[in-house]
Design a protein around this ligand. Structure first.
Ligand code: UT7
Length: 322
């Protein structure tokens, strides 16, 4: 019998505090019009002083668990994608397991920068398909505001905080159709954030902050996401017209538009959240997916393409029948 993983619940969380482009332009040499035209972003959310990746993950996860009507003790596996974990260890996954009372779950983190939630979904899908797990919680949670250099106008305009969650359950019916994940460490120097606890003499001056060669990242992202669209459709013997929704990583509206064009999709079929959220890294795809499920755009039976691109470089996609 073929076994699939199916989405049985979704959740999301955004902190209350809003930081607008106008506020940023008071501290660095930029403007609302420059940021909006080049990125599509107007504002982003900033976590409160007592919030953390785990506390935000808990809120998103509880929503997904409630939507699925499941008991946390039935969760077999928790995978948290984050580049801003509460601790070096234990993993944010273990902290979340305790917060949820999901005492039967194996828990760990995945670090694949902005592609983290697609990597986590891919792992979750393999566990369910192989029969090793029945119910898997995937969460992306990020406090990007704490690793952003607020004096660097090339990066501080982009990022925001938030968490998204998907609960997957084993099913006889098709759900996750395929996942595709890739890495290429040749590009490690275009986008990085050295760990301050493990900094070397050479990189300690930039440790703890995001460094990015934005324009170079942009070009590779557009080409790579174009390729992963083809790879995903070919693997499923599908045509562009079979896709109902594109749920892209929310890094830059120009990257999203390029991917939609490649798919010949109208922007009405693309879930865009970045205008008021910015780039929430590994959380962005899951937050967007949850929003479109909850506002009724994504309906049972729809085919959805999720994709992401991030530091590493890492990139990936998931094709899901909801
Ligand atoms: O999620 C992980 C993956 N990350 C991404 O996908 C991000 C990809 N990169 C981007 O989104 C874009 O490259 C940025 C939004 C970061 C930058 O946009 P760009 O169109 O690539 O601009 P640029 O870096 O080529 O810079 C063009 C000009 C430069 O000035 P000169 O040299 O032409 O005089 C920059 O110094 O814009 C200047 N600039 C700014 N001006 C006003 C750069 N940042 C700003 C700013 N405000 N915030």
């Amino acid at each position: 019998m073929i076994r699939f993983s199916r989405v049985i619940g979704t959740g999301g969380y955004l902190p209350e505090k809003v930081r607008t482009n106008e506020e940023i332009s008071q501290t660095v040499d930029t403007s609302d019009s420059w940021i909006y035209e080049r990125t599509g972003i107007k504002s982003r959310r900033i976590a409160g002083a007592d919030e953390s990746a785990a506390s935000m993950a808990e809120i998103a996860a509880r929503q997904a668990i409630e939507a699925a009507g499941c008991d946390p003790e039935t969760i077999d596996l928790i995978i948290v994608a984050t580049g801003t974990p509460d601790h070096v260890y234990p993993s944010t996954g273990c902290i979340l397991q305790q917060l949820l009372g999901a005492k039967n779950a194996v828990s760990f983190d995945v670090q694949a920068a902005c592609s983290g939630s697609i990597f986590a979904l891919s792992i979750a899908d393999q566990y369910i398909k192989s029969g090793a797990a029945k119910t898997v919680l995937v969460v992306g949670s990020e406090i990007c505001s704490r690793i952003v250099d607020w004096t660097d106008r090339g990066t501080c305009i982009l990022f925001g905080d938030g968490a998204g969650a998907i609960l997957l359950g084993a099913s006889d019916e098709a759900g996750v159709l395929s996942t595709h994940i890739h890495s290429d460490g040749e590009y490690k120097d275009l986008l990085y954030c050295p760990n301050p606890q493990a900094a070397t003499e050479t990189n300690k001056h930039e440790a703890g902050f995001i460094s990015m060669r934005g324009n170079e990242v942009f070009k590779v992202a557009v080409n790579t996401l174009g390729r992963i669209v083809d790879e995903t459709l070919e693997a499923n013997n599908m045509d562009k017209s079979n896709i109902d929704w594109l749920v892209p990583h929310q890094a830059n509206i120009r990257i999203i538009v390029a991917t939609a064009k490649k798919l010949k999709m109208s922007m009405d079929q693309v879930v865009v959240t970045l205008e008021h959220q910015g780039n929430t890294s590994s959380a962005s795809v899951l937050i967007a997916f949850n929003e479109a499920v909850r506002d009724g755009r994504i309906q049972r039976g729809h085919v959805i393409l999720l994709e992401a691109f991030g530091a590493g470089f890492t990139w990936g996609s998931a094709l899901i029948k909801y």
